[in-house]
Design a binder for this molecule. Structure first.
Ligand code: NAG
Ligand code: NAG
Ligand code: NAG
Ligand code: NAG
Ligand code: NAG
Ligand code: NAG
Ligand code: NAG
Length: 316
């Protein structure tokens, strides 16, 4: 009796433990079953192509999604953390089921033929850090709910057919470093909110229909800005204090816009580290200030096709 009395709590404990680990396994298998289901749904939107056939075979093996082509998992939980199907020649729409890959950190689909909208369900991916959808034929506007992916540091949507304004909700992505929206058909202004992100490194919007003024003092909250690529748009302000505090900037590309006014001494003298400055094909007037000589690292300076008088300083 004494023996049983002593053993009973122990038996109960081990019974509970077995129960608990079964439940744990159940929850875990349910979860990577969800990932499997999401991947299959994602694949079902592809049209047939050589690599689609390859995926159809490779992605059919059960209970091993972590060995599927393009899929990476975390070891412990066996959940999908990265999906890289870039350069696969795939054609189709991006299924909203992608939003169920809840452990996804990196999604890389560049250089394929994805068309249709960027699914709003991407905003369910709270762990997402890298989102690269470049070189596809994606249409529609950028879902503002993308601000829910609070860990994003790299967003590349370049070379697609995106329209609409750059959502100001990008300003809530406090870890954002690289924002690449080049070669689309985006309209509206550059939202000033973006330039409140202190981690910002590169903002590239070359070749869109961005209009209006360049926000003032755009480096004052983002001291690490290295590259601003604004060429081939419809920006039309004068330049005065926009680039104060841009001491870390290496590349400033403003060519093929409707910028006017003169190029002030102050504008140029703050850009101590600048290596490339593109101002060509705008409506700039006046003379090139002599302070351009202070930019000791300048390797490329383009100012053709403006209304600049006098000579271009030599010995840059
Ligand atoms: C799928 O491809 C991967 C990588 O090439 C390979 O290791 C795996 O065995 C393949 N699985 C099947 C079922 O074809
Ligand atoms: C789910 O993870 C378990 C290990 O935790 C693994 O044995 C099983 O193959 C995985 N299932 C799928 C569909 O990948
Ligand atoms: C299939 O994928 C491979 C590897 O990602 C790539 O090199 C190849 O060009 C793709 N094939 C087609 C037809 O796109
Ligand atoms: C996954 O996503 C789709 C579409 O967003 C949804 O209908 C489905 O219920 C989700 N859940 C699971 C477990 O697949
Ligand atoms: C940022 O998020 C806050 C809280 O969700 C919201 O009130 C604000 O409007 C958002 N800002 C932008 C620019 O979307
Ligand atoms: C940027 O942040 C500062 C405070 O950190 C705030 O005062 C200002 O209104 C913000 N500007 C924009 C455009 O969000
Ligand atoms: C820009 C780029 O790298 N485009 C490439 C995409 O992939 C095809 C082949 O699948 C190449 O021909 C393109 O040059």
């Amino acid at each position: 009796m004494v023996l049983i009395g002593n053993l009973f709590p122990l038996l109960l404990l081990s019974f509970l433990f077995v129960q608990y680990s079964c439940m744990f396994q159940l929850v875990q298998s349910f979860n990577n079953f969800t990932d499997q289901y999401a991947l299959i749904a994602f694949k079902s939107r592809f049209n047939s192509s050589p690599n689609e056939t390859l995926l159809a075979t490779n992605w059919s093996a059960p209970n091993s999604i972590c060995n599927w082509i393009g899929v990476s998992c975390n070891r412990r939980r066996q959940r999908v953390t990265a999906l890289d199907l870039s350069y696969m020649g795939l054609q189709g729409t991006i299924s909203p089921h992608i939003g169920n890959l809840s452990f996804l950190i990196s999604l890389h689909l560049s250089n394929n033929s994805f068309f249709g909208f960027i699914p709003q369900e991407i905003s369910h991916l709270h762990r997402l850090r890298i989102l690269i959808l470049s070189f596809n034929q994606l249409e529609g506007s950028i879902p503002p709910s993308i601000q829910n992916c609070q860990k994003l540091h790299t967003v590349s949507f370049d070379t697609n057919r995106l329209i609409g304004a750059i959502p100001s909700s990008f300003g809530n992505l406090s870890k954002l470093k690289d924002l690449n929206l080049q070669y689309n058909s985006l309209t509206g202004p550059l939202p000033p909110f973006i330039f409140n992100i202190s981690s910002l490194n590169i903002v590239a919007v070359t070749s869109n229909h961005i209009l209006g003024a360049i926000p003032n003092d755009l480096c004052s909250h983002c001291p690490n800005l290295r590259g601003l690529y604004f060429s081939f748009n419809e920006l039309d302000s004068q330049l005065h204090s926009q680039f104060n505090n841009c001491g870390e900037l290496l590349i400033l590309s403003l060519a093929y816009n409707k910028l006017d006014g003169s190029i002030s001494k102050a504008l140029i003298s703050n850009l101590q580290k600048l290596e490339e400055l593109y101002l060509g094909t705008n409506n700039f007037t006046g003379i090139i200030p002599s302070t351009i000589h202070n930019l000791s690292r300048l390797q490329l300076f383009a100012i053709e096709d403006n209304h600049i008088q006098g000579s271009i300083p030599t010995n840059l």
